[in-house]
Design a protein around this ligand. Structure first.
Ligand code: CP
Ligand code: NVA
Length: 341
């Protein structure tokens, strides 16, 4: 495996199979070291800028804490804080940030912004979520699946993704599945199945995709899976007007006890990148539950969310460790494991 030093992570397939396994192995190491208070700092003096054009809790905090734990300095730039893209072009902004920082995290709308940041800053750029992809999330998810299935190889783990299969999480799972050989069943009504244009791009890589299946039949799709993964039905940046149409189409795809029973696997676990709309305790949750006369969660029922099958908080913690592994690997020359894994 070549070193990841100075590499960007704009989409999951920017890295190879070996590189992803290396990052997962390093995530395991830094997680153990953090828990044991034996962590070493590999990024002393490094400077990282965090650009957020959309809201965030986990991704922002994971980047900040990971950098801080490793001795690096961060600057957070929120949605209304800069000239970037409004009074100053992405090109000009990237040149300036590239002079001052060693790496750039970007969360926003369009992938071409990531590409321009990379091109004009000449520094590693990491995608913290766009409309199309969320690669740092899926890195944490694969690590979490491996932790939760210690006796299975990654390729033998079976995961169902259920709900809106046109969003950044579904796209990134598909991108990852193509070369990580993950067994993924995409379960969604026809109108929210992955867009053809996206699948064509995946197929162009001429990778055997027989490990990925698509269905609108929940019972068929979830049978014998190890994990059910879901995400919000309306993503950041989508118009609120789509809620009605999406609830009508996606309500039969809610992750609830009935769906868990259909897996016929008493050890099945539920994944969710979070935030989740499972109750009325957030203002958006309250608004949508009341507006559409719903009482027990949207993409996931409150009972399932609050039960031990839900391992989404383990996923959240793993955002920290996987982002830390990414930063260490891209900003320092240290190689932790020589073998192929
Ligand atoms: N899962 C995730 O990316 O969460 P945030 O939007 O809080 O960063
Ligand atoms: N699909 C969601 C993911 C949030 C982490 C969104 O883009 O809002």
């Amino acid at each position: 495996m070549k070193t990841l030093y100075q590499k960007s992570f704009l989409k999951f397939s920017d890295f190879t199979y070996e590189e992803i396994l290396y990052l997962i192995k390093l995530s395991k190491l830094v997680k153990r070291q953090k828990h044991n208070n034996t962590e070493q700092k590999h990024l002393k003096g490094k400077k990282i800028v965090l650009i957020f054009e959309k809201q965030s809790t986990r991704t922002r905090c994971a980047f900040e804490i990971a950098a801080n734990d490793q001795g690096a300095y961060t600057t957070y730039i929120g949605p209304n804080d800069t000239h970037i893209g409004y009074k100053e072009s992405i090109q000009d902004s990237a040149k300036i940030l590239g002079q001052m920082y060693d790496g750039i995290q970007y969360r926003g709308y369009y992938d071409n912004i990531l590409q321009n940041l990379k091109k004009y800053s000449n520094k590693p750029v990491w995608n913290g979520l766009t409309n199309t992809f969320h690669p740092t999330q899926i890195l944490a998810d694969l690590f979490t699946m491996i932790e939760a299935c210690p006796n299975k190889k990654l390729q033998d783990i079976r995961c169902a993704y259920v709900g809106d299969a046109q969003n950044n999480i579904a796209n990134t799972l598909l991108d990852a599945a193509t070369f990580m050989k993950l067994k993924i069943n995409i379960i969604s009504p026809k109108i929210y199945q992955p867009k053809k244009i996206f699948l064509l791009k995946s197929n162009k890589k001429k990778i055997n995709n027989t490990n990925i299946s698509f269905t609108n039949d929940v019972k068929k799709g979830v049978e014998n899976v190890d994990f059910i993964y879901t995400d919000v039905w309306v993503s950041m940046g989508e118009n609120k007007d789509v809620w009605k149409k999406k609830i009508n189409a996606l309500y039969p795809y809610q992750v609830n006890q009935n769906m868990l029973d259909m897996t016929k696997n008493s050890n099945v676990k539920v994944l969710h990148c979070l935030p989740a709309l499972h109750d009325k305790q957030s203002s958006l949750g309250l608004e949508i539950h009341n507006q559409f006369n719903i009482n027990n969660g949207l993409e996931i029922s409150n009972e399932v969310f609050n039960s031990p099958v839900n391992i989404s908080f383990q996923q959240s913690e793993n955002r920290l460790h996987t982002i830390k592994a990414l930063l260490i690997s891209c900003l320092s020359k240290k190689i932790f494991f020589k073998n192929k894994n």
